[in-house]
Design a protein around this ligand. Structure first.
Ligand SMILES: Cc1ncc(COP(=O)(O)O)c(C=O)c1O
Length: 387
């Protein structure tokens, strides 16, 4: 037996389950809430929010999306290797040294400054290759994009640069999940600004603003003709629990592990590094085969839960790099080594949603998805969507 063979036959100690059919159903559910002419830009940066860019992108190509959006050239190049023909928008600024790759991989850069217009225009002219671009307008996010009051100069400069082909304009909301009046202000600032784009440029222009939370307040299918969706397509809702989203989506991501060891310990024993939890009764504890080295946040120490036998078992003490300790004293049936424990997802009729998991960890679902480490194999459910 070779070592590489052994590696591929090892059982999983912890794993992420990715439901690609649910991804496809979510895509349909989101599209069904929007007017039919609205184009769908699938945001798949950061390894498709930790789901694995190859499998996610292949499934979205099959399911029917109009454009991909990523953070950098390397992610865009990966999409190009998976399939040709889909437009790819890069959402982040592009470094000068990366510029040639934009042309090599046929990518659409985001433009936020006169400097970018100048240097992309020059390269496009040298290559005798007109470059499609999207102009980003900062309407209150304070990040990428030209500040809306300064946008006119860029709009003029782009129309003077014949090698730049303005194919889209967009903005990004800072607080669409919880501040509808600020989101409205951003929408209005954006629409006022793009009113100054010449009708000739505007004919085939993609006009987009809405991310996962923006979609909930999307009502203007006349002014906007595209959305840019990341989190929601993975079945995670960014808005408060009290708010029912328009699109009924289902989670695509679960995180599971196994019990590696079970121990009975007396009252008074302290658990894990720093002894932050002291047993207040004779207890049965289970040592789970995953920790922060796999992406279980240390901030869940003494706060989070794992489902075992469909019951919530509290995390005791500090989460460690490779193990997390939970209390299994109260389980009806004795826990066994090798039993499955579920940190995110469903077990029996109980579930821990990513929204709850990330709130307990004092962070946001986006960060949790991006923090599941390379050590964790992704296991894909590849059945076809039925609804
Ligand atoms: C510019 C931009 N548009 C769209 C998205 C997608 O946002 P969401 O994941 O909330 O749908 C992001 C994500 O960070 C983004 O940076």
């Amino acid at each position: 037996m070779t070592f590489s063979n052994a590696h591929s036959r090892l059982p999983e100690r912890c794993w992420a389950e990715i439901d690609l059919a649910a991804l496809e159903r979510n895509l349909m559910a989101i599209k069904n809430t929007l007017p039919p002419h609205i184009r769908y830009i699938a945001v798949v940066k950061a390894d498709a929010y930790g789901h694995g860019i190859h499998q996610t992108v292949a499934r979205l190509m099959h399911a029917g999306i109009d454009m991909f959006a990523v953070a950098n050239i390397s992610e865009a190049a990966t999409i190009r290797e998976i399939g040709s023909g889909w437009p790819i928008l890069i959402l982040s600024p592009i470094l000068e040294e990366e510029q040639d790759f934009v042309f090599d991989y046929d990518i659409i850069p985001t433009i936020s400054s006169l400097d970018e217009i100048k240097r992309f225009g020059e390269t496009a002219r040298k290559r005798n290759h007109p470059l499609p671009i999207h102009l980003k307008i900062d309407t209150g996010m304070g990040r990428v994009g030209v500040w809306h009051e300064q946008a006119q100069g860029l709009i003029n400069a782009i129309s003077d640069e014949k090698y730049l082909d303005l194919q889209g304009v967009y903005t990004h909301f800072s607080s669409a999940e919880n501040d509808l009046s600020f989101t409205d202000l951003q929408r209005n600032r954006f629409l006022d600004t793009i009113g100054n784009i010449s009708p000739a440029a505007g004919k085939n222009l993609l006009i987009h603003a809405d991310n996962s939370s923006g979609i909930n307040s999307f009502s203007d299918g006349n002014s906007f003709n595209a959305v840019r969706v990341g989190l929601l397509q993975f079945g995670v809702t960014p808005y408060p629990k009290s708010m029912l989203g328009r699109a009924l989506v289902e989670p695509t991501f679960s995180f599971k592990t196994r019990i590696g060891l079970i121990k009975d310990l007396p009252t008074g024993v302290s658990i894990s590094y720093g002894g932050t939890h002291k047993l207040n009764r004779p207890s049965k504890i289970a040592i789970l085969c995953s920790g922060y080295g796999d992406g279980i946040p240390r901030s869940l120490s003494n706060r989070g839960f794992a489902l075992i036998q469909g019951e919530r078992c509290p995390i005791l003490g500090n989460v460690t790099m490779d193990q997390t300790i939970v209390d299994v004293t109260d389980l009806k049936n004795p826990a066994k080594i090798g039993d499955e424990a579920c940190f995110i997802g469903k077990q029996g009729d109980k579930a821990i949603r990513l929204e709850e998991f990330s709130e307990a960890a004092n962070t946001i679902p986006w960060e949790i998805l991006c923090s599941i480490t390379k050590r964790v194999p992704r296991i894909y459910k590849t059945s076809f969507a039925t609804s």
